[in-house]
Design a protein around this ligand. Structure first.
Ligand SMILES: *Cc1c(COP(=O)(O)O)cnc(C)c1O
Length: 363
């Protein structure tokens, strides 16, 4: 294949072209190193500078306050599903409360149940997770160990567009919408995201944790699974995923220098999502959105066509136009267009055009 396609994959997902070009240019010899980033010690001054720069850019982009640590951990968000209750629920009096708005939240509570008492505060399972809770549907306890929420449900395509306010520490799985808009980190006890959706390649997970919560972790935890070890050793308790951190650093540099920060990124994301949702609303007999309007995700646009034959025809026309990986997750079916930060607006325009043409041709 000669040409890059518009890649709508849910994850691992599209990366900014300038980042890929930079990786290519620095592959044989990272400036000043005489080797690639994969071939140097994680304790070399060059790599320490790369990791520290990535961390400082995350702190600037997200406005992370001083009383928080930013950690780079392996094992993906799935390991966080386990580490969070191991560190923050073990030994606590109150239960962990989970807001279930989709598949990932269900996986998260499944791991927490192995560790201690959990409570479901909200569960949209009856309508196949097509909506978020409204005001007044969430009864948070003061004595909860923490409240867990998934800011964007990647499979169903429902997303909170604001930071929740909870009396107990708020823990947020932000895997598929990390840095899509400015957030108020001070509202969170812990916010985590695997990189491979919106921030880099697979292999590194960012954990932003309020420092006082580190006191909950018990010494009896396995070393790697104890947040304190990662915090004390500046994410070098063991060999960190150096290549993934390097790329994550380049993505944050792109966000800061090329895009112009998260306010600018958010504006672009609103504009991109609007392009697709407008077509869905205009051709409501051809495209039926999975999520209810108020709950729609700016990152993963999920919709169905009237029957599977039309969905197959749509996917093959998309492929012919260079639009790739649009097939929906099997649990929701239909189409899923993942339009993360790095998806260029021209890719979204091409998708909207194809949808318009398809609706005109087949109605
Ligand atoms: C992809 C995803 C995960 C799982 O991430 P892994 O890195 O594969 O463990 C968890 N939560 C959400 C919201 C996701 O999109």
């Amino acid at each position: 294949m000669e040409k890059r396609l518009y890649n709508f994959s849910a994850g691992p997902a599209v990366l900014p072209v300038p980042v890929l070009e930079r990786i290519r240019d620095e592959m044989m010899c990272l400036p000043g190193c005489g080797a690639s980033v994969m071939e140097i010690s994680h304790r070399s001054k060059q790599f320490i500078a790369i990791q520290e720069a990535a961390k400082q850019r995350l702190i600037r982009l997200l406005g992370v306050p001083d009383d928080y640590d930013v950690l780079f951990i392996q094992g993906g968000s799935r390991l966080q599903f386990s580490m969070i209750p191991m560190n923050l629920l073990r030994g606590q009096a109150g239960p962990a409360q989970y807001v279930l708005t989709g598949s990932w939240g269900k996986y998260a509570i499944g791991e927490a149940k192995k560790e201690g008492a959990t409570e479901v505060v909200y569960d949209a399972g009856a309508t196949n997770y097509d909506r978020l809770p409204g005001d007044g549907e969430l009864a948070f306890r003061k004595d909860a160990a923490y409240v867990h929420v998934t800011s964007n449900e990647t499979i169903q395509g429902v997303q909170f567009q604001h930071d929740l306010q909870t009396p107990a520490p708020l823990v947020c799985d932000s895997s598929s919408d990390f840095m899509y808009r400015p957030v108020d980190i001070s509202k969170y006890g812990l916010l985590y995201a695997c990189a491979q959706k919106n921030a880099g390649p697979a292999g590194v997970t960012v954990v932003v944790i309020r420092k006082d919560l580190l006191a909950r972790s018990q010494d009896s935890l396995p070393g790697y699974l104890n947040y304190n070890n990662h915090a004390k050793e500046d994410s070098m308790w063991n060999t960190p995923p150096t290549f993934a951190i390097y790329v994550l650093g380049l993505v944050t540099e792109w966000l800061e220098s090329t895009v112009g920060g998260l306010v600018a990124m958010h504006k672009i994301n609103l504009e991109k999502a609007q392009l697709v949702y407008d077509v869905i609303d205009k051709h409501a007999t051809m495209f039926q959105g999975h999520s209810q309007k108020e709950s729609r995700s700016l990152m993963n646009v999920t919709f169905r066509l009237p029957n599977e034959d039309l969905e197959k025809a749509f996917l093959s026309e998309a492929q012919a136009h260079g639009l790739d990986s649009l097939k929906g997750h099997r649990s929701v079916g239909g189409i899923r267009a993942s339009i993360y930060n790095a998806m260029p607006i021209d890719g979204v325009r091409a998708l909207a055009q194809l949808m318009n043409d398809f609706a005109a041709k087949h109605s």
